[in-house]
Ligand binder design. Structure first.
Ligand SMILES: Cc1ncc(C[n+]2csc(CCOP(=O)(O)OP(=O)(O)O)c2C)c(N)n1
Ligand SMILES: [Mg+2]
Length: 330
């Protein structure tokens, strides 16, 4: 049973805004996927099936001051944090004004100095140790920002994840670790990745709270994050949240999941599509009508078209600037 939307304590406007972010995450990703297929962008990796939990997660933070070290599927929470569809598009197209890396990194490595979003390395989970440093900085400088970092369940088996969690537990850092568990690490399924029942059980092993949430349940996810963020801000230390989600797409635009998922499994994915479940809930609980959702969808598509056109018209990075943004100016 999903928790009722009114149990979130959020206003109707805030819930509708959450839906807009979830839908924008989905539609913008669909556009990026199309751009790879017509050869306009080089690569894409999707948050499709993660968006409801991701948006609930991001809404529990204070975006003006809290830091976010995302992983590649976190486009929707970056939008909640303040990045725009045009920012995302500039990154995907590798343009000079791309806020993530000025066109130096692969797409989906989100970053924005303006919005306290720190871009990650392609080596999975390295953001966990960097986030530990960012959170230690808050403690040393006596600042009250909380840091959020995410990774996948396969990547959570990297050595530095345990190092980061151990240090954060010892120092009681204001840091929220998240594992977005979609059951696959490219083609490797959960049974070959780890033997424990829940990855959230690793939290107590490092002296912190560990909670598993259903990432398709907006309210369950939001309330869990709200509590651990409040506790971290009060100085009670870090937490680990394992968010159970569905990977609706292939691993990336360079992969075909029909090679390792059966036809039946792929068809069943739709039953666990958080977007469709959230829409049903919004209708059942009288937040939006199907007609209003269609209007929102049309508005978002217009915004995405505009962002695509504007980003495409922007200049590419100049060849002579190749070392700019790579080394510090002396
Ligand atoms: C250290 C390292 N090993 C392998 C890879 C290649 N790689 C990229 S994503 C990925 C799978 C990660 O799976 P998971 O952590 O479950 O995240 P998901 O993609 O499912 O969200 C792998 C093996 C890498 N980028 N870095
Ligand atoms: Mg995974």
């Amino acid at each position: 049973m999903m928790k009722k939307l009114k149990e979130s304590g959020l206003s109707k406007e805030e819930i509708v805004q959450a839906y807009r972010h979830v839908l924008m995450g989905r539609r913008l990703d669909e556009r990026l996927w199309q751009l790879t297929r017509i050869g306009k962008t080089s690569f894409n990796i999707s948050g499709q099936g993660h968006e409801v939990g991701q948006v609930a997660m991001a809404m529990a933070f204070e975006h003006e001051k809290d830091y976010f070290l995302p992983y590649y599927r976190d486009m929707a929470p970056c939008l909640v944090w303040g990045m725009t569809p045009k920012d995302i598009m500039l990154g995907s197209l590798g343009k000079e004004d791309d806020p993530s890396s000025h066109g130096r990194q692969m797409p989906n490595h989100y970053g924005s100095k303006e919005h306290n979003i720190i871009s990650h390395s392609s080596t999975v989970s390295t953001q966990y140790t960097v986030a530990t440093g960012v959170a230690y900085g808050a403690q040393l400088a006596k600042k009250d920002y909380v840091t959020l970092t995410t990774t996948g369940e396969g990547s959570a088996n990297q050595g530095e994840v345990q190092e980061a969690m151990n240090f954060a537990g010892v120092k009681k850092l204001p840091l929220i670790f998240v594992i977005e568990n979609n059951g696959y690490a490219i083609s490797v399924g959960r049974d070959e990745q780890y033997a424990s029942e829940k990855l959230s059980d690793r939290g107590p092993a490092f002296g912190m709270t560990g909670i598993q949430v259903n990432g398709n349940d907006f309210v369950e996810s939001y309330l869990a994050f709200k509590k651990v963020v409040e506790d971290a801000r009060k100085g009670f230390g870090p937490a680990l949240i394992e968010m159970m989600v569905t990977r609706l797409t292939s691993h990336s635009a360079d992969d075909d999941h029909s090679v390792y998922r059966t036809k039946e499994d792929i068809e069943n994915l739709k039953k666990n599509d958080g977007l469709l479940l959230f829409e049903k809930q919004l209708i059942d609980e009288d937040y939006l009508t199907r007609e209003q959702m269609k209007e929102i969808d049309a508005e978002l598509k217009k915004e995405i078209n505009k962002a695509t056109d504007e980003a495409e018209a922007m200049p590419d990075p100049k060849a002579e600037d190749i070392l700019k943004e790579v080394y510090a100016d002396n």
